[in-house]
Design a protein around this ligand. Structure first.
Ligand code: NAD
Length: 487
């Protein structure tokens, strides 16, 4: 007898307990070699005063088993409660969100009967790092943080996934035509890593046309890899067009831990009625079985589930008079799947997770030794110009400050407003004053932090309200900053 793999299980809120029980019943009947350990997370825990939704003792189980099967959670309304999912992703280093989107036509209506794509979304960086500030009465900012190791890790994961799961193509989605440095890095690293996988096709699309194509020609996609925010949006677009929001599962994968859950929420409107569809969580559990190296059991469960679907045994959410033969509740649906363990579908392509093919995908960003020569050559000083001092007057004051730094440009929201501005009504209340060691970007000389400090005390003496500074660097002589529009 093989040793059972301990897994941590959280039943969750709303319909969570019902669909988790149904899922565990199916796994048990399929003889999955798992040993569930139950932890409490979610609404009750939030209301006990744990603002992250997870009590201290739950971490012990998670860190030991390294696998979490999680029911949906209700985040209580009102301030102060942090998203449990974000906490888990960040604390456990779950850098990849893997969301398969598959059509189950005609049993689940969709315009696109042949969708079979997987979205691999970066999970830890981007605008979701949660670094936001209010800078003035009117202006707020959110920082988009993109790192080289972060890009390498997720993009390598996407190619490794494609290879292991016999996928043919990886498509990268980014907006590098606008965000040349952050999204540009993602695209560049995609090209670098794609070259290491010559057997897998690759292409890149700008996120806007990419999203439009996912919505209108989803069948042309195979594996899609993208940044956190875009991935969040396209995952929902894809789930919606396959029509199976209630059927899809997702995995959050890290090198040490992984979490599996349905993509839908806790559905409080139907909780406790024994009518919820457990398929989303069951599909997540199939991903989990593959992850913990029980591919035969994953195949057994998925095939029984597909057979149940094509036999027309449906829960209310996908019931139709044309394709359904029997309307069942949560428990009866689970019983129908259990009854079909060992059978294979005939309409759908049977699942076949190959034994030995899915050794855990472990991906790290390269331990990159930075060799580039980094030189401080200037500074952007942002001010809250609430008095709306006109740009030319502001420039005249700043030019008196002296020192090795020269005022090059003043911009507002990325647009040049001095010198030679052609904007009729510039927005003056949030200004970025750029100082460089030379006007000519090719002649930049190194400056010192003390030069910036002197400049800042000059701003202070002029009574200007500095809200932020951003150092300007070159790396091996290449500019490490973008120019303001019109600069
Ligand atoms: P939801 O997904 O819970 O429900 C949307 C609609 O789909 C409802 O009509 C619901 O009855 C139906 N539905 C969802 N899952 C179903 C299933 N398995 N079977 C049959 N019908 C199903 O989304 P919501 O109403 O926006 O959110 C409810 C709660 O869930 C909120 O507190 C939200 O924060 C939370 N939520 C949690 C997660 C998570 O834990 N990963 C994800 C999304 C939402």
């Amino acid at each position: 007898m093989s040793i059972k793999t301990p897994i941590t299980v959280a039943y969750g809120d709303g319909i969570g307990p019902e669909i988790m029980q149904a899922t565990l019943d199916i796994l048990q009947a399929a003889d999955a070699q798992i040993k569930p350990e139950v932890i409490e997370v979610g609404e009750k825990v939030y209301l006990q005063g744990y603002t992250s939704g997870i009590p201290d003792q739950a971490w012990e189980s998670l860190k030991r088993t390294k696998v979490l099967l999680k029911g949906p959670i209700t985040t209580p309304q009102g301030g102060g409660y942090k998203s449990l999912n974000v906490t888990l992703r960040k604390t456990l280093g779950l850098f990849a969100n893997v969301r398969p989107c598959v059509s189950y036509a005609p049993y689940v209506p969709t315009q696109f009967p042949h969708i079979d794509l997987v979205i691999i979304r970066e999970n830890e960086e981007d605008l979701y790092a949660g670094i936001e500030h209010r800078q003035t009465d009117e202006v707020y900012q959110c920082l988009k943080i993109i790192s080289r190791p972060g890009c390498e890790q997720i993009i390598r994961y996407a190619f490794e996934y494609a290879q292991k799961f016999n996928r043919k193509k990886v498509t990268c989605l980014s907006k590098d035509n606008i965000m040349k440095m952050t999204d540009g890095l993602f695209h560049r690293i995609f090209n670098e890593i794609a070259a290491q996988y010559p057997d897998i096709e690759h292409d890149h699309l700008i996120i806007d046309i990419g999203t439009a194509l996912i919505a209108s020609q989803p069948e042309r996609f195979d594996v899609v890899v993208t940044l956190n925010l875009y991935g969040d949006i396209i995952s929902d677009v894809a789930a919606q067009i396959v029509g199976s929001v209630g059927l899809a599962g997702s995995a959050n994968i890290g090198n040490r831990m992984a979490m599996f859950e349905a993509i839908h929420g806790s559905a409080p409107d139907i909780a406790g009625k024994n009518i919820a569809n457990p398929s989303g969580l069951l599909n997540a559990a199939v991903q989990m079985l593959v992850h913990i190296n029980q591919p035969e059991t994953a195949t057994l469960v998925e095939n029984a589930w597909l057979k149940t679907l094509e036999d027309g045994v449906h829960t209310g959410d996908i019931y139709s008079s044309t394709y359904s033969k029997q309307k069942v509740g949560t428990q009866a649906f689970a019983a129908a799947v259990i009854e079909r363990l060992g059978q294979t579908p005939s309409h759908f392509k049977p699942a076949n997770y190959r034994p030995g093919a899915y050794a855990k995908i472990e991906c790290y960003g390269d331990q990159y030794q930075t060799h580039s020569k980094k030189e401080l050559v200037g500074v952007d000083i942002f001010i809250d110009n609430s008095a709306e001092i006109p740009a030319a007057q502001l420039a005249a004051k700043l030019k008196q400050l002296g020192g090795p730094l020269e005022l090059i440009v003043i911009s507002s929201r990325g647009l040049k407003i001095w010198p030679d501005s052609t904007i009729d009504f510039p927005y003056l209340r949030h200004c970025c004053c750029r100082f460089q060691s030379s006007k000519d970007s090719k002649q930049l000389k190194t400056i010192h932090h003390t030069d910036i400090l002197k400049l800042l005390s000059g701003f202070n003496e002029l009574g200007l309200d500095v809200i932020k500074t951003e150092n300007l660097y070159t790396f091996d002589g290449q500019l490490g900053f973008t120019l303001a529009q019109g600069q």
